[in-house]
Ligand binder design. Structure first.
Ligand code: ZN
Length: 144
């Protein structure tokens, strides 16, 4: 791990540079001064996805979901709990594949929910099907 990490602000999308030793000390955004980690997933549109997946130095775990999908709704509170456990080592984000169909198509998402883990803009792993919080955390950590 390098001495500093680029972290994209979930509020204003500014790219912050944080010493890696201080990642767990509740870092705040240099631009909007809000916490860089709030313990819950961020909803992203296509532009936000590019920024977070492309610019974050920490891995980004994406939940591809849709409002009409029952299992997705069941998994939502588990994904929220997983965020509280995986931050600040991993950034958790959600992509509504109904609203952002181009992203779903680009990544060939055929069933939802699908979790996909990215690092440095590259997909490391994906897993389809709803999971509980403990399984999400375990799966994400096992891929890193
Ligand atoms: Zn900010």
């Amino acid at each position: 791990m390098s001495d500093s990490l680029h972290i994209v602000c979930p509020h204003c999308a500014a790219v912050n540079r944080i010493p890696s030793a201080r990642l767990g000390e509740g870092p705040k955004c240099g631009k909007c001064h809000r916490p860089l980690f709030a313990g819950h997933p961020i909803e992203l549109d296509a532009a936000g996805f590019e920024k977070h997946v492309g610019r974050n130095d920490i891995p980004v775990l994406v939940d591809f979901w849709a409002p009409w999908c029952g299992p997705c709704k069941m998994m939502a509170p588990h994904f929220m709990q997983a965020a509280a456990q995986l931050e600040p080592q991993v950034r958790l984000v959600k992509v509504d594949t109904e609203a952002e169909q181009s992203l779903g198509a680009r990544f060939g998402i055929r069933s939802i929910p699908t979790l996909a883990l990215f690092r440095g803009g590259r997909e490391l792993a994906r897993q389809a099907g709803a999971m509980g919080a403990a399984d999400i955390v375990r799966w994400a950590r096992s891929q890193l």
